[in-house]
Design a protein around this ligand. Structure first.
Ligand code: ADP
Ligand code: MG
Length: 683
């Protein structure tokens, strides 16, 4: 035992000399390692301590041989320990004793190879605390790791969800925009209102139809949007639709410009899965155009039907009147001095003439009056007409005329055009009993597909002559019947109801159309559309009858008269004879053609247009033109269709039936310069 100095350490201490024999130790060492007293003697070899430890199983890994009789095992163990000790290396190890105590050993060789000192510290408590700390730390770390993993996963999920949401929002916005684009593009009014009668959606057309926008209409109550008047009309259908019924109805909307718009709407209830009505889908279509086309078509068909009926009647009456008037005229001429004849024949003739005038107007309406279309400088014609109107209209009606440049030139019968415009002006006068303004305007209007179809015309440019007044205007029912023959609102003042019918028939027969705009208390404008004249349609001056006195020039001339109605033929023959002509008669076209071939002395042909047989007046004229090009032909007709008078390549003069001897004379004198081979040429 080396002094008490070793006892000052709070650790166990042993010192062995270079020969590995115990030199010194302290009490703490003894208490810590519980070696028996016989070993704790100076000089005890280190090997005895090793053997003692092996025997008491101190070295855990050799438990197999500890305490057993396996000497070889023990020896090997001891030998290994001794070999390690003899190396005298500094060492620092931990030793867990079988009793559970944990010792920390620190060995250090003494200077000058004097031996080896070893310190023993019992670190069991410290180790336990450390272990506890480590365990808790590990637990904490594991916990943190778990939580972190959980958080990371949650975070990733959240990010993915946000991304999905963003994608959905984008897709939704896109599909909503697309849906709006589609609903805005389709030509229909689409809206949705809920059961509180409040709009939740409307496409552009729907909103604009009522003067709103798709944005401003949302959340508005129905009456606010559509107005109280229309609401009165649709409230019932809406109530029924919200009661679960699909409802269709039509309505009229007064546009801001005073025009009327027609629409058809269907309300389709929106049911919840539980069967409760949540609101209504509205689907509407603008049917203004359809309505207009329908009524234009109906109007045209009606006029066509009336025209055919009137035309048929007028044609038959025409022939009868020709006979009646012709015979009466002849009777008057034959008994010029007979007062009794005059007493009975004159009123009959007067009536026949009035009948003829009436029939002319009916034929005009039926588009069957003979027309001589020419190129007409409309502005000039209006000028001439205005002079007449200034004299005949009351002073409180102001007349304004205007024409666009370049001057419109129409293809029409100038006389008929003049009387049509006169008719319109007189109607305007009647509509302005307290005075007003009459405006006549001429220009060119180019009709598009729709406008042209409404008028049953081909699209393209037309000469437009409008006659406008600021008089009483017409209500809807008058407007619908204005072209009908004998329709008049002026019964009391002797209206005939034939003016507009004549205008209509004449314009249609001329290949044009009539358009009327009228508003009650505002006035009426009637626009006539006529085909534009083409180069070669003949100058406006052409239609002026040749001046001069033709008296006597027909004398002795051979006229071929072609007419299938024997009575009519007889009357015309007499008229021609009275004019001094020799008359050759034919009953039909074929017979006339034969006569032309065989009688070269014929110097003029007067022929009916529509005749029995295969050769009508036009065909005969063509035959004559081919056979004897210089031979003039005059056609007589009370029954001619548009083709007979318009666009006929021969442009023959047409004599309207019935005609007087003077009428016949005038027509003949017009072609006088063309008639060849006068037998009594002044010479
Ligand atoms: P009438 O003049 O003999 O009555 P019309 O055929 O000329 O016959 O006209 C038929 C009807 O059309 C007239 O009675 C009138 O009601 C209406 N009408 C024609 N033109 C006008 C107009 N400019 N303004 C108002 N009403 C018109
Ligand atoms: Mg009239």
């Amino acid at each position: 035992m080396v002094g008490g100095a070793l006892e000052l350490f709070d650790q166990g201490v042993t010192v062995f000399d270079a020969g590995l024999r115990l030199i010194a130790w302290n009490r703490r060492f003894v208490a810590m390692l519980e070696f028996p007293a016989e070993l704790l003697v100076a000089g005890t070899p280190y090997e005895r301590f090793v053997r003692y430890n092996v025997a008491r199983g101190e070295y855990g890994e050799y438990d197999d041989c500890a305490g057993t009789a396996d000497a070889a095992c023990v020896e090997a163990l001891v030998a290994a320990r001794m070999a390690a000790a003899r190396r005298f290396h500094p060492h620092h190890t931990r030793w867990v004793r079988p009793n559970g105590r944990v010792l920390e050993l620190r060995g250090q060789p003494l200077p000058d190879d004097a031996g080896f000192v070893t310190f023993y510290a019992d670190i069991t408590d410290q180790q336990q605390r450390q272990d506890e700390i480590d365990r808790q730390k590990a637990e904490l770390e594991a916990h943190i790791q778990r939580r972190t993993a959980e958080l990371t996963a949650a975070n990733a999920e959240l990010t993915a969800a946000i991304e999905r949401n963003r994608e959905i929002t984008v897709a939704l916005r896109y599909s909503e925009g697309r849906l709006r684009q589609i609903t805005d593009a389709i030509p229909a009014h689409i809206a949705y209102f809920d059961k509180t009668w409040t709009y939740r959606y409307a496409n552009r057309r729907y909103a604009e139809w009522f003067g709103w926008t798709s944005e401003t209409i949302v959340d508005q109550p129905i009456p606010t949007v559509i107005g109280a008047r229309l609401f009165d009309h649709v409230a019932e259908p809406v109530r029924r639709a919200l009661g679960g019924e699909e409802v269709s109805y039509e309505y009229v909307l007064a546009a801001a410009d005073g025009s009327e718009r027609h629409a058809r709407s269907t309300l389709v209830p929106d049911f919840s899965p539980a069967g409760e009505v949540l609101g209504c889908f509205v689907h509407g279509v603008d049917i203004t155009e359809q309505r207009r086309t329908q009524s234009a078509l109906a109007q045209a068909q009606k006029m066509e039907a009336i025209g055919q009926l009137t035309g048929g009647l007028a044609h038959d009456f025409n022939n009868m009147l020709t006979v009646v008037a012709g015979n009466l005229n002849e009777l008057r001429a034959a008994r010029a001095g007979d007062a009794v004849v005059a007493e009975y024949a004159d009123p009959a003739l007067l009536a026949a003439n009035r009948g003829a005038a009436l029939i002319r107007r009916l034929l005009a309406f039926a588009r069957q009056q003979p027309l001589s279309p020419r190129a007409v400088e409309v502005d000039e014609l209006i000028h001439g007409l205005t002079r007449l109107l200034r004299r005949s209209l009351p002073e409180n009606i102001a007349i304004y005329t205007a024409a666009d440049t370049p001057q419109p030139v129409a293809l029409a019968d100038p006389h008929q055009l003049e009387s049509a415009l006169l008719n319109l002006a007189l109607n305007a006068r009647d509509a302005m009993p307290n005075g007003g303004e009459l405006r006549i305007h001429a220009g060119i209007e180019t009709l598009g597909e729709v406008a042209a179809a409404d008028l049953e015309l081909a699209p393209g440019p037309y000469v437009q002559i409008s006659v406008g007044d600021n008089g009483q205007g017409m209500d809807g029912s008058t407007l619908a019947r204005v072209f009908e023959p004998f329709f008049t609102t002026k019964k009391a003042s002797g209206g005939t109801g034939l003016g507009m019918a004549m205008v209509y028939g004449f314009i249609k027969q001329s290949g044009g159309g009539v358009r009327i705009r009228s508003r009650q208390a505002c006035g009426t404008t009637v626009a006539l559309l006529l085909p534009c004249a083409q180069a070669g349609d003949g100058a406006a001056g052409d239609y002026c009858p040749a001046a001069g006195d033709p008296a006597g020039w027909l004398k002795g001339r051979l006229v071929l008269l072609v007419e299938d109605d024997a009575e009519v033929r007889r009357v015309v023959r007499k008229q021609l004879a009275a004019l001094g002509c020799a008359v050759l008669e034919a009953e039909n076209g074929e017979e006339a053609a034969d006569l032309l071939e065989s009688v070269p002395a014929v110097s003029l042909v007067v022929s009916d247009v529509v005749m029995h047989g295969s050769m009508d007046g036009h065909a005969l004229a063509r035959f004559a033109r081919g056979f004897r090009p210089e031979l003039p032909v005059i056609l007589m007709s009370g029954y001619t269709d548009a083709a007979a008078s318009i666009g006929d390549d021969l442009a023959l003069p047409i004599l309207a039936k019935p005609f007087t001897r003077e009428g016949l004379y005038a027509a003949l004198s017009r072609i006088a310069p063309l008639v060849p081979g006068r037998p009594d040429d002044d010479a």
